[in-house]
Design a protein around this ligand. Structure first.
Ligand SMILES: [Zn+2]
Length: 394
């Protein structure tokens, strides 16, 4: 194709050539709407909102774990639960503070005045700092044109159709500060376990009598998002690994995480948690070894890989987090932003650097010609082809 040929300019000619596009498309099956019966009295509403809502039926009412992204989604989920949803709601538990999990609490609460459980860190940590006014860190493809958007990696529609809101949020009324707390609500015994990972306050819920583990977002069917490109601190890999170790000791039969379809069966739960732990650990170990050897971040992202046994794990595909971003996040966290190259201590301002580069390339006209050729070849968006992203690039 020649630049300027009439066509929809919003869709690059090579859009369908992105490696992993078909894989991501196939993963949309994870988000089909369904209320899944996990085991006696435990149900998960998958695909109705950005995140899953879990209903636990007790003998005198219901317990709700996470509340979806907003009141509209929450109402749809309550309808989908139908007769399985039993009033009064005795407790709402937040696995963590993210708005796609906490936006529909008022709907489930109704007039029942349930206790709202969370870890104390949720209350103390406040809103995430985050980077404003730059869209380059849109890991979810929220602003892509419809023709390019496939799914948001760990959810179908993040922010596109039914954005999360804070209007349906209810603040916690019962928090715990230690490693865990055992409690009983409506005849259901449960252990709330502080498991920092995806967020500092992440809380896993363990229903020992039912063999059900609810890990929040500490496990998702994607390589974990250790260093979010939307602009957050590194999620400490050591703590995340320790949390997964804790969950492994429970020997759960069912795992109902915050997004995508649950994991059923002891062997599969064990494999999922083990792959996740090992996937984080190997990237951490390789990156630290490389840093000690004097490698720069740009070198490390070329060299740090998941070993063969993990690279094909269905739980470590790069739909959300990526190994390369984890490497960069770990580097910056351990040894700071400086890569050890003295010429990077005081780099030229972008405009001055660009002017010099254009001159080196033989002037503006030649540079523009080469840029057009590069667009035609489909190589203009970065050296590494994203394995699975919808089209946005690091
Ligand atoms: Zn989530």
């Amino acid at each position: 194709m020649v630049i300027g040929t009439p066509r929809d300019q919003s869709v690059p000619a090579h859009a369908d050539e992105f490696v992993g596009r078909e894989q991501l498309r196939a993963s949309s099956a994870e988000f089909r709407k369904e209320v899944i019966h996990i085991t006696g009295g435990v149900f998960a509403a998958v695909g109705y909102s950005a995140s899953n809502v879990i209903l636990i039926r007790g003998d005198t009412g219901s317990i709700i774990v996470d509340t979806s992204a907003n009141a509209v989604d929450a109402r749809a989920i309550m309808d989908a639960f139908g007769d399985r949803f039993l009033r009064p709601v005795r407790a709402i538990i937040y696995t963590h503070n993210h708005p796609d999990h906490t936006g529909g609490a008022t709907v489930f609460s109704g007039n029942d005045d349930p206790e709202i459980y969370s870890h104390q860190t949720l209350v103390e940590s406040g809103l995430e700092f985050g980077r404003g006014q730059r869209d380059g860190g849109d890991a979810f493809g929220t602003k892509l044109p419809d023709e390019l958007f496939i799914n948001a990696g760990t959810q179908l529609e993040y922010g596109r159709m039914t954005p999360h809101t804070r209007e349906g949020y209810l603040p916690p009324t019962r928090t715990f500060a230690g490693d865990s707390q055992t409690t009983e609500v409506a005849g259901v015994r449960m252990q709330l376990i502080h498991t920092p990972g995806e967020s500092p306050e992440n809380t896993a819920i363990w229903l020992a009598e039912k063999g059900v583990l609810i890990p929040g977002d500490d496990f998702l069917k994607s390589y974990p998002n250790l260093s979010p490109i939307r602009g957050l601190k590194l999620r400490p890999p050591e703590k995340w690994i320790a949390s997964l170790e804790k969950m492994l000791t429970l020997d759960a039969t069912y795992m109902v995480q915050g997004h995508m379809r649950p994991i059923l069966g002891k062997d599969e739960v064990r494999k999922a948690l083990t792959d996740y732990r090992d996937g984080i650990k190997t990237v951490l170990d390789q990156t630290l070894a490389g840093i000690k050897y004097g490698k720069t971040p740009d070198e490390l992202v070329q060299e740090v890989k998941l070993p063969a046994g993990l690279a094909n794990s269905p739980y470590l595909q790069e739909y959300y987090g990526s190994v390369a971003w984890a490497v960069r996040g770990i580097y910056a966290d351990y040894v700071g932003w400086f890569d050890g190259n003295a010429t990077n201590l005081f780099p030229l301002p972008p405009t001055e650097r660009a002017r010099k580069m254009v001159n080196l390339a033989g002037g503006l006209a030649k540079t523009l010609d080469r840029a057009k050729e590069a667009i035609e070849e489909g190589v203009s968006m970065g050296r590494r082809t994203c394995r699975s992203c919808s089209g946005s690039r690091p």
